[in-house]
Structure formats: structure tokens, C-alpha cells
Design a protein around this ligand. Structure first.
Ligand code: NAP
Ligand code: MG
Length: 395
């Protein structure tokens, strides 16, 4: 390796798996270079969460990070860890610094079929993570009266429109987004589509929301025309806009293998639907892509607390490491691409292949046994990682 990966360690069961994945599947094969940041809750607390900020800044500097799942503290965690304060979600902090978009993609393996029979390849969801209903202003209207939407410019000029002349009680809501945030979302999507060489779909409800949703459509179209079209054509991929109703129907009938970009709420709902239909949260990976072209890879699931408490009692656990392994392979492959290291890219491919081949050979963690069509042996995490290492040696 030439440039180090930014390594963000995490919490609980995934922290245990993290070390095992490195020891069994990476360090024996890769001359691994990382800049290590311990985002474990204890160390975040000790550093007043500076470590999270520093790890994000290192990602801006080096370009590629791999992150372990981390605890987002709540009141119970503050007590459990004796925290100085209820630190913010590390993912939120990192996202705010990188200004990125999160892409979630399922790991597709033969024998674990999606509910939708014709889906052969993964569908990656790109969710805009700013604004709309998540940053709304809303209240109940007590009774008759006029609700207005009013904008006052810095020069004092007002734009005013009636929302509703209420005749009785009701509700109102104000939403916003910014050209800047939408454009950075669009850039992340175009960059990611180019990096994985898959078509990019984008859908909104612009026929109904003729200004709000239409602005999203226009910004995407404009950036595509002015900045990304030649690269898309060279890569042989397509940018495709369609109304969300139409997109839903096409997604269900598709074979998969594309990226579906969605507004904040649509992405929230559709990513859960797609994830569930593909099988398991433990098989879902996630990558944060910044408009500047930085990449941070992680598993989509959390720290698997329930398994960790069993582990602490000395019990064996069968926690699925696949999404975390794919976070590593995603990061190693990207690092290899950026630094022109064909060996490193080939190793990432080989480790993914070994992981899938192990499952397809009937050896897997217990969560997958229930989903698997065919003879399957449920292994604990260690035995499964050893089985992958064995497959890796044979490839
Ligand atoms: P979780 O860690 O994703 O686990 C929820 C349940 O899903 C588990 O109890 C387990 O079910 C199953 N599961 C998830 N991943 C699995 C895997 N790899 N292998 C096998 N089963 C798996 O969610 P949570 O329990 O709600 O959250 C735990 C902690 O994670 C919280 O402190 C939260 O803040 C944090 N979190 C972090 C991130 C992140 O860093 N990106 C994301 C989400 C949550 P069974 O118990 O039935 O086996
Ligand atoms: Mg959701």
C-alpha cells in the first residue's frame, strides 16, 4: 500500500469482529497501512469526541476510510459508560464534515434470494440526507384563519402566498432545501455511479411539486449536462430521471444492478424496503461519498449489542461479519484504484469471492441459515471467519 486507509474502530460486537477480520483475513495477505482512530465510545468520551472530528478530517486528507459500527449514545449509554455528555452520533458528525451522501447496497449471494425473484444484482439506494420533512417547521392550526408562506429577503422584500384559508382546526408544515445541498447530493451520486460503473436513476414527484421537487430534477439535469455527461458516456452508463411512481414500478420489475437516488423521505422509506426485500441487515453495506470524492465504507448495521452482552458472559456468538468484511474490501479496492495498485484491488475481489463462496458452499452464520435455500451449517463467528480464510487460501 502507498497511502494509508483511515481506520475508524468502533464498539461492542463489531469491535470484536473488526480485530478478528483484520487478524484472519487481511493482515496475513496485505501489507496494511492505516491511520488508526479509536471511535470506541470510551475513547470518544476521553477526547471530548475530538477523535471523531479528527478521523473525518483525515478522510478529507487521504480520501478513503473504513469504519466499524459505533454506539450513538442515549441516556442509558451515558450511565453505562459514565459519559461526560451525550455525544452526538459519530456518523452524523462525520457526514457533516464530509458533506456526503450515504449509499446502501446489499451483498447478494446465491442461496439467499431476494423476495423479488427477478432481482439478480444489488440495488443501491442513495438517500439525500438533508432537509425536507426532517428539518421542518410544523404546528397545529387551532381554528379558522389564514395560513401564509412568507419569505423576507435581506433587502426586506417580501414574497407571500396563501397556503390555506382555514375554516376550522388543522395542521400546517413548512419545508426547505438548498440549491447547495441538492447539488452536492447530485455530485455525490454522479461520482459514485462513475466509480461503480452503474446506471443512476433519480426520481421525485415533480408533477405534483412543480417547484420544490422540480428544483431537484433541474439541478440534477443541469449538473449532468454541464459536468458528467462525457464521463457517463465514456463509462457506458446512463443517467435516468423518472417520476417516483414510475420508478417504483420499474424497480420491482428490474434485474437490479443500478443506483437509485432519492429525496430524504423517499430514501428513508425505500432503503428499508429494499434492504428487507434483499434479505438481511447483516448483509447490507454502506458507503458515504462526499462531493469532493472521498469515500467512507461501513456496515449498515449497528454494534449488535445483544450478541456482545452474550460474548461478555463467555458465550459463543454467531454474529455475521459479511457487511464489515465488505466495508474493508470496498475501502481496500478503492485505495488500490486511487493508488494504481492492481494487487490490492485483486485481493479485495478475492476476499469478497471467498466470502460468497463460503456461504454458497453451505457454511454461514446462523442468521443466514434461516434464509438459505439448501443444506446449511450454522457456524459461530470465529468458525465462519476461519472457513472464509480456508476458502481464500484455495482460490
Ligand atoms: P443492530 O446492532 O443493527 O442490531 C439489531 C439486531 O439485528 C441484532 O440484535 C441482531 O438480531 C440483528 N443483527 C444486526 N446485525 C447483525 C449481524 N451482523 N449479525 C447477526 N445479527 C445481526 O441495532 P441495535 O441493536 O438497534 O443497535 C445497537 C447499537 O448500534 C446502538 O448503540 C446504536 O446506536 C448503534 N448503531 C450504529 C450504527 C452505525 O454505526 N452505523 C448503525 C445502527 C445502530 P438478533 O439479536 O435477533 O440476533
Ligand atoms: Mg428508516
Amino acid at each position: 500500500m502507498k497511502t494509508p486507509l483511515v481506520e475508524m474502530d468502533g464498539d461492542e460486537m463489531t469491535r470484536i469482529l473488526w480485530q478478528k477480520i483484520k487478524d484472519k483475513l487481511i493482515l496475513p495477505y496485505v501489507d496494511l497501512k492505516t491511520e488508526y482512530y479509536d471511535l470506541g465510545l470510551k475513547h470518544r468520551d476521553e477526547t471530548d469526541d475530538r477523535v471523531t472530528v479528527e478521523s473525518a478530517e483525515a478522510t478529507l486528507k487521504y480520501g478513503v476510510a473504513v469504519k466499524c459500527a459505533t454506539i450513538t449514545p442515549n441516556a442509558q449509554r451515558v450511565e453505562e459508560y459514565g459519559l461526560k455528555q451525550m455525544w452526538k452520533s459519530p456518523n452524523g458528525t462525520i457526514r457533516a464534515i464530509l458533506d456526503g451522501t450515504v449509499f446502501r447496497a446489499p451483498v447478494v449471494v446465491k442461496g439467499v434470494s431476494p423476495c423479488v425473484r427477478n432481482w439478480e444484482k444489488p440495488i443501491t439506494i442513495a438517500r439525500h440526507a438533508y432537509g425536507d420533512v426532517y428539518k421542518n417547521t410544523e404546528f397545529r392550526v387551532p381554528g379558522p384563519g389564514k395560513a401564509e408562506l412568507c419569505f423576507t429577503g435581506e433587502d426586506g422584500a417580501e414574497t407571500r402566498q396563501t397556503i390555506m384559508q382555514f375554516e376550522g382546526p388543522g395542521i400546517i408544515q413548512g419545508q426547505h432545501n438548498t440549491d447547495r445541498s441538492i447539488a452536492s447530493f447530485a455530485r455525490s451520486c454522479f461520482n459514485y455511479a462513475l466509480s461503480v460503473k452503474q446506471d443512476l436513476w433519480f426520481s421525485t414527484k415533480d408533477t405534483i411539486s412543480k417547484i420544490y421537487d422540480h428544483r431537484f430534477k433541474d439541478i440534477f439535469a443541469e449538473l449532468y449536462e454541464t459536468e458528467f455527461k462525457p464521463a457517463f458516456e465514456a463509462a457506458g452508463i446512463e443517467y435516468f430521471y423518472t417520476l417516483i411512481d414510475d420508478a417504483v414500478a420499474r424497480v420491482i420489475r428490474s434485474r437490479g444492478g443500478f443506483i437509485w437516488a432519492l429525496k430524504n423521505y423517499d430514501g428513508d422509506v425505500m432503503s428499508d424496503m429494499i434492504a428487507t426485500a434483499f434479505g438481511s441487515l447483516a448483509m447490507m453495506t454502506s458507503v458515504l461519498v462526499s462531493p469532493g470524492g472521498q469515500f467512507e465504507y461501513e456496515a449498515a448495521h449497528g454494534t449488535v449489542t445483544r450478541h456482545y452482552y452474550r460474548y461478555l458472559k463467555g458465550e459463543e456468538t454467531s454474529t455475521n461479519p459479511v457487511a464489515t468484511i465488505f466495508a474493508w474490501t470496498g475501502a481496500l479496492r478503492k485505495r488500490g484504484e486511487l493508488d494504481g495498485l492492481a494487487d490490492l484491488q485483486a485481493f479485495a475481489d478475492r476476499l469478497e469471492k471467498a466470502t460468497l463462496a463460503t456461504i454458497e458452499g453451505g457454511r454461514m452464520t446462523k442468521d443466514l441459515v434461516a434464509l438459505y435455500e439448501g443444506e446449511a451449517t450454522g457456524l459461530n463467528s470465529d468458525a465462519f471467519l476461519d472457513a472464509i480464510a480456508q476458502t481464500l487460501e484455495s482460490l
